[in-house]
Design a protein around this ligand. Structure first.
Ligand code: E4P
Length: 220
């Protein structure tokens, strides 16, 4: 399972890379806005920093301008992936871009039918948003299960990015379902690592080791 980090924050990306837990990055206009830096400069830095795919979202809403914007971003690096919203216009843009070999990430997917359509259009990645479904009392993980079944039934190459991840259980459940990728906020990556019993266990091991060494030193 690949881990993407869901952020445009350079420090978080660097820390995730140091942990060896960043196979790629996903950004969106809201994440970019939080950084308060010039968009293209920031994106170029992220593309340089990360060896894996970096998703950059278009803000145009019609297919022609989505394609124009996508082509501009695709030139910024070999690892650039263009994030396109799953709308009628987005579908047309995905079809056009994939026919020209430009990698796409179909975003804002909330239903299995949307996921089917973006795979048919040739999207490289499909991003179902599970946290936002959970927020409205609909099990987001059910959507992941359905999308994976559909893609498997027809051997689509489109990879599923489990998006809008909010907690460690989202990651674990996505892994149990065999999702290709989860895009995870840095705060959740940290939660995945920590366990109080690990800390207590380590403290006890180190204390016992210290006492043992004192005993051995006394006998010398
Ligand atoms: C995915 O690519 C999106 O950037 C992200 O996962 C959205 O998450 P949110 O619903 O927590 O904003």
């Amino acid at each position: 399972m690949k881990f993407f980090i869901d952020t445009a924050n350079l420090e978080e990306i660097k820390k995730g890379l140091e942990l060896g837990l960043v196979d790629g990055v996903t950004t969106n206009p809201s994440l970019i806005a939080k950084e308060k830096k010039p968009f293209l400069e920031l994106i170029k830095e992220i593309l340089k920093l990360v060896p894996g795919p970096v998703s950059i979202e278009v803000t145009a809403v019609d297919a022609e301008n989505m394609v124009k914007e996508a082509k501009k971003y695709a030139k910024l690096g070999d690892n650039a992936v263009i994030k396109i919203p799953t709308t009628n216009e987005g579908l047309k843009a995905i079809k056009k871009l994939s026919s020209e070999g430009i990698k796409t990430n179909a975003t804002l997917i909330f239903s299995p039918s949307q996921a089917l359509l973006v795979a048919k259009a040739g999207a490289t990645y499909a991003s179902p948003f599970i946290g936002r479904l959970d927020d409205i009392s609909q099990r987001g993980m059910d959507l992941i299960e359905q999308v994976l079944t559909i893609y498997d039934n027809y051997s689509f190459d489109t990879e599923v990015i489990v998006a809008s991840v909010r907690n460690p259980m989202h990651v674990v459940e996505a892994a149990l379902l065999g999702a290709h990728i989860a895009t995870i906020p840095f705060s959740t990556i940290k939660q995945l690592i920590n366990h109080p019993l690990t800390d207590i266990g380590l403290e006890r091991f180190l204390k016992d080791w210290e006492n043992y060494n004192k005993e051995v030193a006394k006998k010398k």
